[in-house]
Structures are given as C-alpha cells and as structure tokens.
Design a protein. Structure first.
Length: 80
C-alpha cells in the first residue's frame, strides 16, 4: 500500500528528521509507526492488567488465608 502525504506540517517534520537522522522518509515513517504501535500495545497491556488486578489480588489473598503453616511439618519436622 502506497501513501501520499498531503499535509505540509507532516512533510516539514519529515524533512527536519531527514536532516537530523540522515534517514529517508520511508525509514522515518516506519520508525515512528513502530514506536507508536509498541506504545499502544504497552498501554493496552497495562490497562488489561489494571482491570484484572483486583481479581488477581483477591485470589492471592484467598490462597494466603487458606494456607496453614503447620501443614509443612509432621512429627519429624519439615516435610521434604
């Protein structure tokens, strides 16, 4: 899929980046899209974790409350 940028501001930014990096327009756009994609995925993962965190915490707390330290020992000491 070919794109044609018809926004003078975007074109200007690409030209400035070309001067700073020596990269061509394709490489500049590719790098910017890759960074944006990685950032959006990172934010999405954080959001999903935040949505499930209370459930995870509740499950861990329940398991911690059910744990009996004495179950690690018998009459001979620590179970192996």
């Amino acid at each position: 899929m070919a794109i044609n940028i018809k926004n003078s501001e975007v074109d200007h930014l690409i030209q400035r980046l070309r001067e700073l990096t020596g990269q061509g327009p394709t490489e500049i756009v590719k790098a910017a899209l890759e960074r944006e994609y990685r950032e959006l995925r990172r934010v999405r993962r954080q959001t999903r974790l935040a949505e499930h965190l209370s459930t995870i915490q509740a499950n861990v707390q329940q398991k911690a409350n059910e744990f009996e330290p004495d179950s690690l020992y018998d009459e001979d000491g620590l179970l192996t």
